[in-house]
Design a protein around this ligand. Structure first.
Ligand SMILES: Cc1cc2nc3c(=O)[nH]c(=O)nc-3n(C[C@H](O)[C@H](O)[C@H](O)COP(=O)(O)OP(=O)(O)OC[C@H]3O[C@@H](n4cnc5c(N)ncnc54)[C@H](O)[C@@H]3O)c2cc1C
Length: 627
């Protein structure tokens, strides 16, 4: 089937849904949301202890301003100032749009939206509606999209992003029957989320793989690809084990690969005693992401020790809430940990009893997902959680090199090395407003050359069909997926150093030349999905290798092992310290004619904000703001 639409929105997460809504409100009516499903993706399926939404401060007499918030975003390093300012400027609008749609963000009796302090946040700008903030956002956005009668096609897997010359032109999807469908579009809003499917150890929802590889294959520029967040999470049911899950001090054990035999406590190998070990475990509660500034003596050593057990020693790691660790004593804890437990009236019992006292819903959450913490230990690993980098777009969220393509949400790499917790959700909403406004102002007319489009679609369909009929690879799509996911977890996640690009490209070439085994419509979709994921993993690994060659060093959530570097006591590793000069540069990556090119460009500064009303009014009326 062939379809034609003015603006195609690929993906129905919080970012895609809001873009559709804003387009409609600006009178761009010929739009269509194409998605794997309204119940798919990260936003509607994920959460955390207190899932955070970051916004401009708006409580009491604490002053805040777009420039101050932009400064905080900019200070994450490797961020362009104009993009940070747009995210800050749209923050209030994005937030109140959600409030008006009914998202239950808490306010006081005067209507003020109270905030709290999150990581990398100098003020108390963060808010939350509980563990499922992004889900609440999606549910209300979906209601609004349905009320606005915006067409949605579900059970679609996008397998190609179509481009004509240097512009987006549409997409090819597979429907639930395994049939190709071609969509011609004047504009494509690319809202496919983060690259969850790239990692074996991942806390992205299992259903979410992402699709950045489609845009990379089309030659879209990417930015800061190596910058991601990793942290300790449960794997049977994917959830960050932050907050009280760590503060109640579970016993941390590992077993052989069967998950039962050869059980032992492995952290004591590294620590002088149970007191020191448990004090670090306690800190992990609110220092959740792996952070290279929290080694060698900080809480991120715990992540490294878990990585050694799981990835290097090929064992499995569990948090056991049923018993205290060997040698456990409250008196040996750091003052901070002791006082916290004391104030929580939890200086007693087993970790599970303390968890029941401090945060009963934390136990219920796992029970709701079939895990009884009183009967079984909780398997954990250091997992991929968020990509700060992604596709490179300008401050109207249009791709830097593919016109009419608008990456919004996590697939847009607007963040840098660090970001305040919760700013991913803000960025998704801000980007939705910017992309919709630009499309409505500049791209209402039709300009796509139909003949060129037909050619592009025909060529792409031929390529996809050839791939599907190649049958020389004995591996099924599951084995192929596991191969690149394991490579990314071992070498492209929080521990880096070894260059595995050759292996990555040889897998991609094997897929292209030999195909893969698949059965049925679902297998067909997954076999095609592997193509874009496998390409993406190779491009990410190239970007990481380039950053290592350049001497960027360890920063954010990634530690670079380096034979001449600083020693990590106790484990015999050496790592390269960060070269801070790269904090003022953005890493750009492009897959072009079978080659990956990387280069660095200076961060654009925060724009001056010394405007004068009459002048800005003029610029606005004359549409100069879009130039
Ligand atoms: C455990 C966890 C906790 C988090 N906590 C926070 C937090 O506290 N604060 C915060 O700001 N952020 C947090 N994040 C990050 C945040 O949730 C995500 O960045 C955000 O929800 C992404 O929204 P999105 O709309 O960009 O993508 P998603 O919500 O992932 O939506 C992507 C959409 O694209 C569709 N799609 C993808 N590929 C295809 C394809 N090939 N064909 C068709 N459709 C496709 C999907 O089905 C889905 O509809 C967390 C993430 C995780 C995993």
């Amino acid at each position: 089937m062939n379809y034609s639409v003015h603006t195609l929105i690929l993906g129905s997460g919080a970012a895609g849904l809001n873009t559709a809504l804003q387009l409609k409100s600006l009178g761009v009516d010929d739009i269509l949301i194409l998605t794997e499903g309204l119940d798919q993706g990260t936003s509607i399926n994920t959460g955390s202890d207190k899932q955070t939404y970051y916004k401009l401060g708006m409580y009491g007499n604490t002053p805040d301003s777009p420039v101050q918030l932009a400064g905080t975003l900019f200070n994450g390093g490797c961020v362009h100032g104009d993009i940070a300012l747009a995210e800050a400027a749209l923050s209030v609008r994005g937030f109140y749009n959600l409030v008006n749609l009914g998202v239950p963000f808490p306010h006081d009796r005067h209507g003020q939206y109270i905030g709290y302090k999150t990581d990398h946040d100098p003020f108390c700008r963060a808010t939350s509606c509980g563990p499922y903030t992004s889900r609440e956002m999606c549910l209300k956005l979906i209601d609004a999209v349905k009320r606005a009668d915006i067409p949605i096609m579900e059970q679609r897997t996008a397998v190609s992003l179509l481009t004509v010359k240097d512009r987006a032109a549409g997409a090819i999807t597979l429907n639930e029957n395994g049939e190709f469908e071609v969509f011609r579009a004047e504009n494509v809003v690319f809202a496919v989320g983060g690259p969850g499917g790239l990692y074996k150890e991942s806390v992205y929802p299992a259903v979410h793989t992402g699709a950045i590889g489609l845009a990379l294959k089309a030659g879209a520029l990417a930015r800061n690809l190596p910058e991601s967040q990793f942290g300790l999470s449960s794997v049977k049911f994917r959830w960050n084990v932050s907050g009280t899950y760590m503060q109640v001090l579970p016993r941390v054990i590992s077993t052989a690969a069967d998950g039962v035999s050869d059980e032992r406590e492995f952290l004591p190998e590294h620590y002088a005693g149970a007191g020191e070990m448990n004090s670090m475990l306690f800190l992990k509660g609110y220092q959740w992401p792996f952070d290279t500034t929290k080694i060698p003596n900080g809480s991120s050593m715990i992540d490294i020790l878990v990585y050694i057990e799981t990835v290097i020693r090929k064992r499995r790691v569990f948090l056991d809430y049923r018993a205290n660790c060997a040698g456990f004593s409250f008196d040996a804890l750091s003052r901070e940990a002791y006082e916290y437990l004391e104030k929580s009236n939890a200086l007693f019992g087993t970790p599970l009893e303390r968890l029941a006292k401090m945060n009963r819903p934390a136990i219920d959450l796992y029970a709701d997902h079939g895990i009884d913490l009183s009967k079984e230990p909780l398997e954990v690993a250091v997992c991929a959680q968020h990509n700060n980098g992604g596709l490179a777009a300008n401050d109207w969220w249009e791709s830097e090199n593919i016109k009419h393509l608008f990456p919004v949400g996590e697939v847009n790499g607007s963040h840098g090395v660090t970001r305040p917790g919760g700013s991913a959700l803000n960025a998704g909403q801000a980007g939705a407003f910017r992309a919709a406004e630009y499309i409505a102002a500049r791209y209402r007319e039709y300009s796509l050359d139909e003949t060129l489009f037909e050619q592009a679609a025909t060529n792409e369909l031929a390529f996809l069909n050839q791939y599907l009929t190649r049958n020389r690879n004995s591996n099924d799509w599951q084995a192929e997926r596991l191969e690149f996911q394991a490579r990314m977890t071992a070498h492209g996640a929080q521990i880096r150093g070894e260059n595995v690009c050759t292996a990555a490209w040889s897998q991609y070439t094997r897929l292209l030349e030999q195909g893969t085994q698949w059965r049925g419509p679902n297998g067909k979709a997954e076999a095609l999905r592997n193509l874009q994921l496998c390409l993406a993993h190779a491009v990410y690994l190239e970007a990481i290798a380039a950053s290592i060659r350049q001497g960027v060093g360890s920063r954010g959530s990634a530690l670079e092992l380096y034979p001449d570097g600083v020693e990590l006591p106790g484990i015999g590793w050496r790592y390269r310290m960060e070269n801070r000069e790269f904090r003022s540069q953005v890493q750009m990556t492009r897959f072009d004619n079978g080659e990956v090119k990387n280069y660095w460009e200076p961060c654009r500064p925060l724009p001056e904000c010394n405007g004068w009303f009459e002048n800005i009014w003029n610029d606005y009326r004359e549409q100069k703001i879009y130039e």
